[in-house]
Design a protein around this ligand. Structure first.
Ligand code: ADP
Length: 619
């Protein structure tokens, strides 16, 4: 077969453009990316060889070799890993399979200085070679195959593939350096770069002219903690997570006893792009006795900890465990319990660093909350980690803070759910709570509609949505008694309100479940609340948006007896009965309450007409 020329996928061309022109300030990291790929290729073959030892044969010492040719001005990174056949060369080096790539690139292209932290997650790895290369040649022979192929490109839209006579297994990546990049021909410079970025690689990296590996060539997670420097952890994090940011937390431990494993896990400093992917896959690699098994061991990490990146290396799992059978291995469930407990414990300690934890919570709180209803065993620990905005302070509050501040007579943890904490803080439902100095948690994640009912209580205090009836605020003392007394004088006489309530019930009919006086309102005239057994208002809206609910439940309309408008209406109702003006206002108030909850008007035309009639009378 002769040489075949092909076009890069459009996304690859764009990515190449971005990588070459604007991305990295430190060009030298291309070497780390290529070494990282070589190491992955060896890991993959080692795994395949567990069941097919003939793939490795006599060449069982996995290593990475780096050589230079000063005359040709080339640098070559060689591995004896799994290699690629013709189709894989085309597929792996000519396309990007990850979903969402093109929308992502569009966004990146718009910004002047694209964020390297994001682009790293898209696996630019190999393409970073073009920062220093005029031409890149990838010669590869796949394990178990007789033929080899050579892929060549100058990174400008096209690449070519042809047969090659490479006799050994694995891949050679040869970089023809651009003018001015001669530093990468200097062995000492290369040694420095490898030490800096690739020391954690568990395979020997051999520089031309020496038999001794440049790196320690032992798995970082197996080394004692006190021998590992911070930047070694950071480099390893970049390697396993395909990330460029700084990890928020490093968790490194060895479990000894009945089950033995080493864990080196990282909480990323920023949200991974696939955090909300419906598959909810985690990013922790599973090794068995230093042999890489899989990136996606189902059941190794609970889905609500899927933001974790890193490695678990088990001493107990059988080496010949197939990826498919893993899930049913009881050992795996034990390791998951161990990981979960360790991570939740370390997060709890981390929470003492208020600012760093607030950042963590902003990134991953929403995911962690999924655990509140999925993982009943660890619920107490998850509740300890929970943070929320509140009606009383700007900083995030914990449930412990909240309970410590509860008022005399208060027996519940009050919360309200919605999209935006600032808007929630001004919701009429909170008025009575504010007046009594009762704190309300402002919950703004979609999961917040579910976990409080599933969890039920914290230290004996039930979670109660303020949009429910029967809050019995009367039991809680108001912060300012004197004020309440003067208010009492202004309050509508009970008998007066009865006529108004009767009139409104009759007029609104089946639209509402009931009309009642309110204890929760102080400045708004009305609000809608859910009856005790009924579905929460915000949850209902969420389910409606997801087509889970057709007929909405009826709500209770609460009237504020202290409000001037209600007082006037009550007096009018008592004196003259159901006059038309009052009927119109009843509907307008009902609609107003809906609007306050972020609902839309059910009949905007009718609303307009009624409003106009009422306004016409006062002009
Ligand atoms: P990533 O490593 O994030 O997947 P890269 O662009 O670095 O992205 O590499 C693309 C793919 O090319 C890899 O996933 C791998 O399948 C293949 N590849 C790259 N280098 C090698 C190598 N040295 N040996 C075998 N396969 C490789």
């Amino acid at each position: 077969m002769t040489q075949q020329r092909m076009q890069f996928q459009a996304e690859v061309s764009r990515l190449l453009d971005i990588v070459v022109h604007s991305l990295y300030s430190e060009k030298e990291i291309f070497l780390r990316e290529l070494i990282s790929n070589a190491s992955d290729a060896c890991d993959k073959l080692r795994y395949e060889a567990l069941t097919q030892p003939e793939l490795v044969g006599a060449d069982g010492d996995f290593k990475i070799k780096i050589s230079v040719d000063k005359n040709a001005r080339t640098l070559t990174i060689s591995d004896n890993g799994i290699g690629m056949d013709r189709d894989e060369l085309i597929e792996n080096l000519g396309t990007i399979a990850r979903s969402g790539t093109s929308t992502f690139l569009e966004k990146l292209g718009e910004s002047k200085k694209p964020d390297i932290n994001f682009i790293g997650q898209f696996g630019v790895g190999f393409y970073s070679a073009f920062m220093v290369a005029q031409t890149v040649e990838v010669t590869s022979r796949k394990a178990g195959h007789d033929e080899a192929f050579c892929w060549t490109s100058d990174g400008k839209g096209e690449f070519s593939v042809e047969e090659d006579d490479k006799s050994s297994r694995g891949t050679d990546v040869t970089i023809y350096l651009k003018q001015g990049e001669d530093e990468f021909l200097d062995i000492e410079r290369l040694r420095f770069i490898i030490n800096r970025y690739s020391d954690h690689i568990a395979l020997p990296i051999i520089l031309e002219g020496s038999d001794q590996p440049v790196n320690q060539a032992s798995a970082l997670w197996m080394r004692p903690k006190n021998e590992i420097k911070l930047d070694q952890y950071q480099e390893f994090y970049h390697h396993v997570a395909h990330a460029f940011d700084e990890q928020a937390l490093t968790i490194h431990w060895k479990a000894e006893g009945k089950i033995e494993y080493a864990g080196l896990l990282f909480v990323p400093g920023m949200k991974p792009l696939d955090l909300f992917d419906p598959k909810r896959q985690h990013g922790v690699k599973l090794y068995v006795k230093r042999v890489f098994i899989t990136d996606h061991a189902d059941g190794l990490v609970p889905p609500y900890l899927r933001f974790l990146r890193g490695v678990i290396d088990s001493e107990d799992l059988p080496l010949n465990v197939s990826r498919e059978m893993l899930q049913h291995n009881p050992m795996l469930a034990k390791i998951r319990q161990g990981i979960t407990r360790r991570v939740l414990g370390d997060l709890n300690k981390f929470a003492e660093q208020l600012d760093a934890y607030a950042k963590f919570w902003e990134n991953f709180g929403i995911v962690l909350k999924e655990g509140l209803y999925e993982d009943t065993d660890n619920r107490p620990d998850l509740l300890k980690l929970l943070r929320s905005r509140s009606s009383q302070c700007d900083a995030l509050v914990s449930l412990e803070d909240y309970v410590g501040r509860m008022k005399e007579g208060q027996d519940a943890i009050f919360y309200i759910t919605g999209e935006n904490a600032d808007k929630l803080a001004h919701n009429p439902h909170l008025e009575g709570f504010k007046e009594r100095g009762v704190e309300v948690l402002l919950l703004t994640d979609a999961v917040d509609d579910f976990w409080p009912t599933a969890v039920g209580e914290y230290h004996g205090k039930v979670f109660k949505s303020v949009t429910r009836a029967g809050q019995d605020l009367g039991k809680i003392k108001s912060t300012n008694d004197a004020e309440t007394k003067t208010d009492k004088a202004d309050e509508t006489q009970a008998g007066d309100l009865d006529s108004l309530i009767a009139l409104m019930k009759l007029e609104l009919g089946e639209t509402v479940k009931d009309v009642r006086p309110s204890e929760r309102l102080t400045s708004s005239p009305v609000c809608l609340v859910a009856d005790d057994g009924d579905i929460d208002i915000h949850l209902e809206r969420f389910l409606k948006q997801h087509n889970q609910i057709r007929t909405p439940s009826k709500r209770i309309l609460e009237l504020n007896p202290k409000h001037l408008l209600i007082r006037k209406m009550a007096a009018r109702a008592k004196a003259s009965g159901a006059v038309d003006g009052l009927k119109n206002i009843a509907w307008l108030l009902f609609d107003q309450a809906r609007l306050m909850d972020g609902e839309t008007l059910s009949d905007p035309m009718a609303f307009g007409e009624k409003l106009n009639e009422v306004l016409a009378k006062v002009v």
